[in-house]
Design a binder for this molecule. Structure first.
Ligand code: NCD
Length: 303
């Protein structure tokens, strides 16, 4: 990872295992706060977020601070400038600040890859368009592994707006490297045709009950309305067909883990009863975001 972390696709299974195991060292014991480290003292990490973010931006900031680095966050809400202009501007502005690493979120797929070709510092992708969100997939894997001995052989259902989800894509790349049996479920218009190329053997279905039956993990996704041009998205019917409710959870394994990257839309893709239930690991995912991002920042920046 000389050049930072751009996607899960380019990581080997060994590199993923190394990050997940280092993240475990950074997890605080229950009800204790995170320990502080000095590893990145004197280093400057700039977070540039061209898209809205609560969890990812704050946890990257906290992770950097816990490692002793200085951080600065730049947020550009909405992207009124054109893709080309904004990236060139970003490049020049950021280069002039001489940071040691850049964490970047952008609505254009490929933006962090573009930046990494021009700047000689590590770039960490915090979500690029519909392409990848590598640290989300890593924290999801950490969350599952806190509850299961191995990923191998698990049945994981990913449900919702698969087509526009960088979270789904990064998870599919990761889980398919670990022998997980993956089932993708959503309305036909949101089930991508190119998935077979990413992960052969992945199952596609529009039937939520079929997807959930015997699942070890249910990963729900937010409907990415901001990435959809189709005016005809059936939002009223969505919950009826693809909203996760207690009766669905009954079909899964008794100790099923319910996950969602956030932000959750209660009553659209998940009911409050399920989101707030014992089976839900949603807040553990948020918490693990810090430990995993500490492991990633350490790996890309430590000498
Ligand atoms: C996700 C994202 O931005 O891709 N959020 C997150 O980082 N936790 C998912 C989403 O916005 O639906």
């Amino acid at each position: 990872m000389q050049k930072g972390l751009l996607g899960i696709a380019e990581l080997s299974r060994g590199e993923i295992e190394e990050i997940l195991s280092r993240a475990r060292d950074f997890q605080p014991p229950p009800r204790q706060s995170f320990k502080r480290f000095d590893t990145l003292r004197g280093r400057m990490i700039v977070n540039v977020f061209f898209e809205a973010s609560t969890r990812t931006r704050t946890s990257f900031e906290i992770a950097a601070k816990r490692l002793g680095a200085d951080t600065l966050s730049i947020t550009a809400s909405g992207s009124s400038v054109s893709k080309g202009e904004s990236l060139v501007d970003t490049l020049n502005t950021l280069g002039a600040m001489r940071p040691d690493a850049i964490v970047m979120r952008h609505s254009a797929s490929g933006a962090p890859q573009f930046l990494s070709r021009y700047l000689p510092i590590p770039i960490v992708n915090a979500g690029d368009g519909t392409h990848e969100h590598p640290t989300q997939a890593l924290l999801d894997a950490r969350t599952i592994l806190d509850r299961r001995a191995t990923l191998e052989g698990l049945r994981i259902a990913i449900i919702g707006d698969i087509a526009h989800s960088r979270v789904a894509r990064s998870n599919i790349y990761l889980l398919s490297k670990f022998g997980v049996s993956i089932v993708l479920c959503g309305p036909a218009s949101l089930l991508p045709r190119d998935m077979a190329a990413i992960a052969p053997g992945v199952e596609l279905t529009t039937d939520m009950r079929k997807a959930i039956r015997d699942a070890d993990v249910i990963m729900m996704l937010r409907v990415q309305l901001e990435r959809q041009n189709e005016a005809s998205f059936p939002s009223n019917e969505y919950f009826q067909f693809f909203g996760l409710r207690p009766e669905h959870v009954q079909l899964a394994k008794p100790n099923v883990i319910v996950m969602h990257p956030g932000p959750i839309n209660r009553g659209r893709e998940i009911s409050s009863e399920v989101a707030d239930s014992q089976r839900s690991a949603i807040l553990n995912q948020v918490e693990n975001g810090i430990a995993v991002r500490m492991a990633v920042l350490e790996k890309v920046l430590a000498p």
